[in-house]
Design a protein around this ligand. Structure first.
Ligand code: F3S
Length: 282
């Protein structure tokens, strides 16, 4: 039978696991008729969203959908007005914003307070970026790359904060473009290591394997990126959402099978995939 190896860093990061644990702890107990909702899908993983629903934690797209009971703020965070509005409506708020995302919020607030115009390096429209903008002052801007930064009319004192999942390389490119154009540039590097650790571990493992399985939501950006990195190093790469999708034919003649998973994939899902591959390779 082939050997199976899990990447050194794979599956839920600290912030997502914490949000999941908080959501399950807030789930209604048997016989209790309180309503519990997450504001938006807690993570980009349809199976987890279904499992939460089974535990009594529903999904609300906005505050109007969650009229009573508890709302859970996801790890990405939100603009402060959302938390205020929820409390004003008498909802119980469980704030599962990742502490590392909170640090970005605080860094942006500090920059505004010290007179800097804030630029957020990140993906425009992404919920985490929207949440950061809510803490970054009225004239804050988002840039996704150096070309965006080049197009911005900037001068004076500029402060950069960064979406946690950005790459160091992209940040460096943006900094290089802005630096010569402003009086002062202050950079608060708020990149979280979880993403690059998973990517590096996936590349290292994929190089040693003749077959790679990537577990995670098809709608999860970071899982798709992992699948791409694995496919670049290992032709037989398969991206699955759940163990039932695995097929015996994928593992024909494989000696060493690697597994990785996005930051939104719970450890149990990785274990289920390992068990299923063992069954298929018997
Ligand atoms: Fe938090 Fe980093 Fe995960 S910012 S949500 S631990 S990717």
């Amino acid at each position: 039978a082939p050997t199976i190896e899990i990447a050194a860093h794979a599956g839920t990061c600290y912030g997502v696991q914490r949000a999941l644990d908080m959501a399950l702890a807030a789930a209604p107990q048997a016989g209790e008729c309180t309503q519990v909702h997450t504001l938006g899908p807690l993570i980009h993983n349809p199976i987890v969203v279904r499992e939460l629903a089974e535990a009594g934690v529903g999904l609300a797209e906005n505050l109007d959908d969650a009229a009573t009971g508890t709302v859970i703020i996801r790890a990405h965070g939100v603009v402060p007005q959302v938390i205020d509005a929820a409390r004003t409506r008498g909802l119980n708020v469980v704030d599962a914003t990742c502490p590392y995302v909170k640090k970005v919020h605080m860094a942006a607030e500090r920059l505004v307070h010290e007179g800097y115009r804030v630029v957020v390096v990140g993906e425009p429209g992404h919920p985490e970026v929207e949440g950061i903008l809510g803490h970054a002052g009225d004239d804050a801007q988002v840039v996704s790359c150096a070309a965006d930064a080049d197009a911005l009319p900037l001068k004076g004192k500029v402060g950069l904060v960064v979406q946690t999942t950005q790459t160091a390389q992209n940040l460096a490119e943006v900094v290089a473009v802005i630096t010569p154009r402003v009086q002062e540039l202050r950079v608060i590097n708020t990149i979280c290591a979880a993403t690059s650790e998973r990517q590096q571990a996936a590349a290292t493992l994929a190089n040693r394997c003749d077959c790679m399985v990537v577990v995670g939501g098809k709608n999860s950006g970071n899982t798709r990126r992992l699948a791409q990195i694995c496919a670049d190093a290992c032709e037989r790469t398969y991206h699955i959402e759940e163990a039932s999708e695995l097929q015996a034919a994928w593992f024909t003649d494989a000696h060493h099978i690697g597994i990785t998973a996005g930051a939104s994939t719970p450890q149990e899902h990785i274990e289920r995939a390992v068990e299923r591959i063992k069954e298929l390779c018997l």
